[in-house]
Design a protein around this ligand. Structure first.
Ligand code: ASP
Length: 299
């Protein structure tokens, strides 16, 4: 049963595009790529693609990754400048490179060698301090009707980050993970903290251990809160899908305002489509999770 889930309200366009790609008979990796491309090239999205948040030098550095649940092949780029559609570059890394993760100037060079065009230098085009969001990744999971899964992520990362800073998003197991035999997961939020918990790999392991998809999402958030204390919790949201296309989401996001529509969501908005249960893609909102009380903290 074909299905898709994507982070944030801007993920609706990605989920819709991914479903259309599947309808044309293309594979799940293409559906992830084409879904994310829509958001990467939407100038109104201020946290993904070259319209994204600049670093402390005023430059936009992009991170993206894609993973195929059938082969476990992985491709990623990080801190890449002046190339649009970074998820497509990540796919080239997956398909046409012996490597898995290429960063910085090397990523831009790789993109140019694979037919991408150098985009204008937008240095200091806008002050990052005035952005409405300080981060937010487009993370997208797609399943086709045969049960093949793929996942991808694309982001400009944390606003005002140090040049060269890379978050959780392009790191396998942190920002994303998928295994056709078990399921898929992806994250968004404060990547410098998320990467300490390998959230996406852990969710897939919970699915493997038999947890249902919503419980697996809830459990990783509880795990983190239990380890560091609810009072130290950071912004994180996760999405996941099992091998039947059932989805779940959890996180600490209290509210989110959509750049384009100005709609304010009381929690973490995410987009879903499931051929049987949600045939029309739509946005759901996950309220912030009630976290375990302080006295459960492990010291
Ligand atoms: N996780 C991303 C990063 O830290 C940003 C986000 O998803 O909000 O780079």
């Amino acid at each position: 049963m074909a299905a898709s889930i994507g982070t944030w309200s801007f993920g609706l366009a990605a989920v819709e595009a991914a479903s259309r790609t599947l309808e044309t008979g293309k594979d799940v990796v293409s559906a992830v790529e084409e879904g994310i491309n829509i958001v990467e090239t939407d100038e109104s999205v201020t946290s993904v693609g070259l319209s994204g948040l600049p670093n402390s030098s005023g430059e936009v550095e992009l991170d993206a990754a894609i993973m195929d649940g059938y082969s476990l092949r992985f491709g990623a780029v990080a801190a890449m400048k002046r190339i649009d559609r970074p998820i497509s570059v990540a796919r080239k890394v997956l398909e046409e490179s012996p490597h898995s993760l290429i960063v910085g100037e090397g990523a831009t060079q790789f993109a140019l060698q694979h037919g991408f065009t150098l985009q204008p230098d937008r240095s200091e085009a806008k002050p990052s301090s005035e952005e409405s969001h300080c981060h937010d990744t487009m993370s997208l999971i797609v399943m086709d009707k045969k049960g093949n899964l793929a996942v991808g992520v694309s982001t400009s990362g944390a606003a005002n980050k140090h040049p060269g800073r890379v978050g959780d998003s392009p790191l396998p197991g942190s920002g994303l993970y998928v295994d056709n035999k078990v399921g898929a997961a992806a994250a968004t939020g404060d990547g410098d903290d998320i990467m300490k918990f390998c959230c996406s790999f852990q969710i897939v392991q919970y699915l493997k251990q038999g947890l249902d998809v919503q419980s697996a999402c809830d459990k990783i958030i509880d795990d983190i809160a239990e380890r560091i204390g609810a009072e130290n919790m950071f912004e994180v949201a996760v999405i996941a899908m099992d091998t039947k296309g059932r989805y779940g989401a959890a996180g600490t996001v209290k509210s989110f305002t959509d750049d384009k529509s100005s709609i304010q969501y009381p929690g973490f908005p995410y987009a879903v489509w499931h051929q049987e249960t949600e045939p029309l893609p739509k946005i759901l909102v996950q309220p912030p999770k009630d976290l375990l009380p302080k006295d459960t903290r492990i010291t």
